[in-house]
Ligand binder design. Structure first.
Ligand code: DX5
Ligand code: ZN
Length: 215
């Protein structure tokens, strides 16, 4: 069970300090948005490159961008230890996954709430993680979509059947109220933005989330 706080809800004027606040987490989740794939614009390659140099924990880059075929490997080269692309934007998802691994990163594939998983099940061989979105991507602080839990279970069962070591991540509206149902459905990596950075003590919020899913 791993916790990956999203810096989307952090203070963008103090990112190094904000990463230090979550040093007890497993990953730092970096939301890259391009104002095309999603209606929001955040950070890009040069910022990720510097964050990778100063972060006390590895970067889990979530690319909400067009043309991941071109860009995703560059986020691995910039220092993303895990890089997740959206399958809806990908021309050749298997090639992206292979390029990511070749660049030394864990390869993640994300699916939006209205995207079914079945057509992509065969890609599991080339993936290290599947991200099941539990909000429409683009913004922090949205309401958790419990109706995505069957998809989490479907991915978990496909992974089990195939006997691989693929992690199942959830992202969007994950909090102390919703994290347990995600774990019960089969998730093992939990992204939380506002639930961590909205807390006075981010490290304590991370410990509490982890306790809820490991108890
Ligand atoms: C949404 C992003 C999430 C976001 C989650 O598009 O992918 O990572 O930061 O924020 P919360 O946890 O506040 O829903
Ligand atoms: Zn995200």
């Amino acid at each position: 069970m791993q916790i990956s706080p999203s810096i989307l809800s952090a203070d963008f004027a103090n990112l190094q300090h904000e990463l230090d606040r979550i040093a007890n987490a497993d990953w730092a989740h970096i939301d890259v948005m391009d104002a095309h794939f999603v209606p929001n614009l955040t950070i890009g390659l040069p910022v990720v490159e510097r964050l990778a140099q100063v972060s006390p924990i590895p970067l889990d880059c979530h690319l909400m961008i067009d043309d991941p075929d071109r860009w995703a490997p560059q986020y691995a080269e910039a220092g993303g230890s895990s890089v997740t692309f959206h399958v809806e934007a990908a021309k050749d998802p298997r090639a992206i996954a292979r390029d990511l691994r070749a660049a030394g990163a864990r390869a993640g594939m994300a699916i939006k709430p209205n995207t079914p998983f079945e057509p992509y099940e065969d890609l599991l061989d080339d993936l290290d993680m599947v991200l099941v979105m539990t909000v429409e991507p683009g913004f922090g602080g949205q309401t958790f979509m419990a109706d995505q839990m069957p998809k989490v279970t479907q991915v978990r069962e496909a992974v089990r059947r195939r006997g691989g070591e693929v992690w199942v991540q959830v992202d969007g509206g994950v909090s102390a109220k919703t994290i347990e149902q995600c774990a019960e459905a089969g998730a093992d990596v939990f992204v939380a933005g506002s639930a961590v950075y909205g807390a006075q003590d981010a490290a304590a919020a991370i410990d509490e989330l982890r306790r809820l899913v490991t108890a």
